[in-house]
Design a protein around this ligand. Sequence first.
Ligand SMILES: Cc1cc2nc3c(=O)[nH]c(=O)nc-3n(C[C@H](O)[C@H](O)[C@H](O)COP(=O)(O)OP(=O)(O)OC[C@H]3O[C@@H](n4cnc5c(N)ncnc54)[C@H](O)[C@@H]3O)c2cc1C
Length: 564
Amino acid sequence: MPAHDILIIGAGLAGQRAALAAARKGATVAIMSKVHPVRSHSVAAAGGINAAISPADDWRSHAYDTVKGSDFLGDQDAIEIMCREAPDEVLHLEHIGVTFHRNEKGEMDLRAFGGASMKRTAYVADITGQALLHVLYEQLMKHHEVIDRYEEWFVTSLVLDDAGSCIGAVARNIRDGHMETFSAKNVILASGGAGQCFKPTTNALICTGDGIAQAYRAGAPLMDMEMIQYHPTTLVENGFLITEGARGEGAHLLNASGERFMEKYAPNKMELASRDVVSRAEQTEINEGRGVGPDGVGIYLDITVVPKKRTLEALREIVNIGKDFAGVDITREPIMIRPGMHYIMGGVKTDVDGATSIPGLYAAGEVACVSVHGGNRLGANSLLDTLIFGRRAGEHAADRATSMAMPQAGTGAQRHDEQLLGEILARPKTGRRISEIKDELGTTMNRYVAVYREEEGLRTAHETVRRLKDEAQTAYVDDKGTIFNQDVLGAVELDYMLDCAEAIVVAAIERKESRGAQFRVDYPGRNDAEWLKHIDISRDGDDTPAVSYSPVTITQWQPEERKY
Ligand SMILES: Cc1cc2nc3c(=O)[nH]c(=O)nc-3n(C[C@H](O)[C@H](O)[C@H](O)COP(=O)(O)OP(=O)(O)OC[C@H]3O[C@@H](n4cnc5c(N)ncnc54)[C@H](O)[C@@H]3O)c2cc1C
């Protein structure tokens, strides 16, 4: 049976950074991914990564912007750590080979991003995630003697010992369908977000909340799950992302009368207010009949105001996306966008070293909630979060491993999962299709758990999720084989998504106020007296989410009214 000091589940930026940090401390590492590592969703990150690198900047300013962006729900101790450590991390990336964009003076160039009080976003054109991920992957290969890579392996369960510590995981080799149990002194979840609970979403098909659900099932609390980010600029046709970098470069948002309507909502920051504010402004324009396009469901993003040379240099990927997926040349005409599901601020609750409530289980990246993003994440703070807390989790887990004997994970969990997959494969064609259930889940969430929410809609969403959970028990798959059977894994992913969706909806019902990304039409104000606290969701008994609260850590910034 394979055994390592540290098993990392997920090989996006958080997982790869954790692996390199742990290996550097002398730990033996296994890193596992259900797709080839460079196809992790991190590869799609476009706009950039924040750090107070400019001599005119200060990490405290970055931290304050982040606290304000979070609508004061972010934990300030964690935010301080992230912003203080950011410049060194970005320079480290450059030293290992990331070709960040430079200005004419030869200095690292920084672009403007939403909610930031100055230019603070380092970037590689609009393919920043790809540039970062490939450089880290080169480093992983370089360290092949201490880092074992398990590519195209799908984790189905975490393994806990009798004392409740995490000592490994069960995984299926996707290429041939065989399963194995992996023992580890520590497991780091780095399995990304849960965007596929919504339809449409900017997230890749693989973002199905596996790690969030696995930790939840193992007994770890989830936090801030109600906080779902709708990005202001996604294509009306299919939800693809047009990076915030476009507005960072100066693009305008226009309604049907050609008005730059952000003047009404955020007179100072205009298009570069925080994402929750801009998305709400757009949705209000659309709801009040000032949207563009045949059904009035869009808003124009006008990039023609950016000099063409600059667009072709700094935004070349979205030039392609505009042409290929909307038939629009963004250097010549506006493109139709609308708010679309993009990011989950919540996740597995961790401390600032990535430790969860389960000994031996860590989490970092989008799967985790530290919470540095609170009610609303600032653009370009997520790549930073994956790297800072990926590194810290890797280092902390490596330290913990030094004083431990190698545990021996039993095979009970593997037998259970093998049986479960066998049972899914054996289902008769009487139930619904997996894809049908997934579609209904996504459209329901996007209808009721979006930019504007209210009690009745949220309750409808919850009832629907409960019904879909029942229907998922008998959903059938067509592929009965063992080689690359994505169909059967799709059934497992559907169960994960349903668990995540339920936690999201239950938390959204619970929070009876409007803060950050959660806007309750029935409770339109922020209510610090009652709701300046995190909502934690744990699994109670078999399959019921239980709600509890935890305090928000405030260090130097007292809550105040948020204006942009
Ligand atoms: C289109 C887009 C653009 C973005 N642009 C930016 C940006 O410019 N700046 C910014 O800061 N943020 C951006 N973000 C957000 C940011 O990219 C993500 O939050 C971040 O990359 C997540 O990284 P991660 O390492 O946590 O997870 P991911 O990169 O999603 O990786 C998850 C890993 O887990 C593995 N995995 C999942 N489940 C299993 C399982 N069951 N078994 C085995 N392996 C599993 C996957 O194979 C993958 O390797 C963007 C997001 C999107 C969707």
